[in-house]
Write a protein that binds this ligand. Structure first.
Ligand code: SF4
Length: 101
């Protein structure tokens, strides 16, 4: 019985080490603007914009694949805030995202 517990604990430890190393090796820096824009969206995650979540919509906005008016719960004030944010926050290469209203 003790053998089975030790084998199980050993396997769990090896898997934990592999996952820890993988999380460091395969870490991808996310554009910090995604979270900022997500916070400016209504955060209802309703999908009316054609994206599965507000975070996905924020990513689509930054990829210039979405218009701000696609967010149905969003109002003009929200669109202006996002527009002003994007006009003052370039990507890491200094490029500004083209805002689609
Ligand atoms: S429509 Fe607006 S509130 Fe709904 S998921 Fe899309 S961005 Fe979020």
């Amino acid at each position: 019985m003790l053998d089975i517990i030790l084998i199980g604990a050993s396997i769990s430890f090896v898997i934990a080490v592999i996952l820890s190393i993988s999380s460091v090796v395969f870490h991808v820096d996310e554009d910090p603007r995604i979270d900022d824009i997500t916070k400016l969206l209504p955060n209802q995650n309703c999908g009316q914009c054609g994206n599965p979540s507000c975070k996905a919509m924020a990513t689509a906005i930054l990829d210039e694949d979405a218009k701000l008016t696609q967010c149905k719960p969003g109002d003009e004030e929200m669109r202006q805030e996002i527009k002003e944010y994007l006009e003052t926050h370039p990507d890491e290469d200094g490029e500004f995202t083209k805002v689609k209203m």
